[in-house]
Ligand binder design. Sequence first.
Ligand SMILES: [Zn+2]
Length: 58
Amino acid sequence: MKCSKCDEELVVRKTEFDYLGSTFSHEVPVCPKCGKVFISKELALGKMSEVEQQLEDK
Ligand SMILES: [Zn+2]
């Protein structure tokens, strides 16, 4: 997988996300040059619903 902009090979990096005031980290492919994070829609939606679930449990 390559960055469409820089034509650089993506590297997998642990990246932190903020959503609804919660922070979670996940290993995602990142472009080493421009820092663009390539996150799949499925992962984003899955993580978001996970966070929402945790908030509801409180
Ligand atoms: Zn790039």
